[in-house]
Design a protein around this ligand. Structure first.
Ligand code: FDA
Length: 304
């Protein structure tokens, strides 16, 4: 029953947001281990888990993107990202390292996020790595774009994620025409009000495809980051995926059969891997955006 699924997923997400889910999960080792079995989309707690999963996928011919969800404090997160850049850079891979600016200081102070971003970007210069800024809830869009634009005007190796569901995104994209970085288009994972965003629908898919075309037209390298087959097929039909620098990106553990089919058909597919202690927040996001994941999560726990 779709209504029930959606209600349960929305409830889970709002409970996670309101109470300190971290305190609940971490005070019970049993709950921590049990729920972790449900977190299918996370490769593990540590950087080693993320790197090992990355090596397995690279051996199968996928590109990889790494992301960490440790957010305890921004200095710790910046150090973790620095170590990830060093490890991946040392392997000579052309992976992409994604992160939230909130993790590296946006909330106390956008200037701190900028300084940390500059540190990370400089660390990655001279490697094949690209850094990628994730997009967060709409209340932070303006600040994120400001920090990104400043950094992207100095460094070529940073890209940004834009959310097709926000009404403002075509204008934001137009304002990035002077920034050379890659643009990743996603539908948008955050619940937003109808004043600022459009919900999942055919028209969202059409907006998505128009943004891909707009970004390519402005000369950006573009990542089409979705598991929606209708968008992917339409992008193929419209010739968008054969344009210079276009890539498909998918989250680890979501529709792997689709990724494998597209890779076999010759399209560049990048898998976005996540590791970190705060996997439970990531799990809540993935369930809220696709409620049938509730069943999969419960089945995983039952099997453990
Ligand atoms: P949609 O949600 O409509 O799903 C299409 C189909 O894909 C579903 O019918 C189902 O079959 C499958 N599917 C989708 N989600 C699933 C799930 N969780 N489990 C199992 N199957 C699922 N968002 C954001 O706001 N800021 C960001 O920075 C990023 N970054 C990012 C990077 C990358 C590489 C990807 C792929 C995605 C993001 N996202 C994101 C998440 C994005 O906004 C969006 O929430 C998800 O990609 C799901 O949306 P789809 O486009 O897949 O479509």
């Amino acid at each position: 029953n779709k209504d029930w699924e959606q209600q349960a997923a929305d409830a889970l997400k709002s409970v996670a947001r309101r109470m300190d889910i971290k305190a609940y999960v971490e005070q019970s080792p049993l709950l921590y281990e049990l729920l972790k079995k449900a977190a299918l989309h996370v490769t593990g707690d540590s950087r080693k888990d993320g790197l090992e999963a990355g090596q397995r996928l690279t051996a199968k011919g996928y590109d990889i993107g790494e992301n960490t969800v440790n957010t305890e404090e921004c200095e710790t997160a910046t150090l973790e990202l620095t170590a990830l850049i060093d490890d991946l850079g040392g392997q000579g891979t052309s992976a992409r390292v994604s992160f939230d600016l909130s993790h590296i200081g946006l909330l106390p102070e956008p200037e701190l996020a900028y300084m940390n971003l500059v540190k990370l970007t400089e660390r990655a210069l001279g490697t094949e790595l690209e850094l990628f800024i994730s997009m967060e809830e709409s209340a932070k869009t303006e600040q994120i774009l400001e920090v990104y634009k400043r950094a992207a005007s100095r460094y070529p190796n940073i890209g940004i994620t834009l959310q097709a569901h926000l009404y403002r995104t075509p204008d934001d994209l137009a304002a990035l025409s002077a920034s050379p970085g890659r643009i990743r288009i996603v539908k948008g994972a955050y619940q937003e009000s109808a004043e600022v965003a459009i919900s999942r629908s055919e028209s969202l898919n059409e907006r998505y495809l128009q943004l891909v075309r707009q970004a390519l037209g402005d000369g950006h390298r573009v990542s089409v980051a979705t598991h929606d087959e209708r968008i992917i097929e339409e992008a193929i039909q419209r010739g968008l995926l054969t344009e210079h620098g276009a890539k498909l990106e998918m989250l680890y553990g979501i529709r792997p059969e689709l990724g494998s089919r597209l890779k076999s058909a010759g399209y560049p597919v990048q898998i976005y891997l996540t590791y970190g202690h705060e996997w439970y927040l990531y799990l809540c996001h993935r369930i809220a955006e696709y409620p049938p994941n509730l069943y999969r999560a419960v089945a995983n726990m039952a099997e453990s």
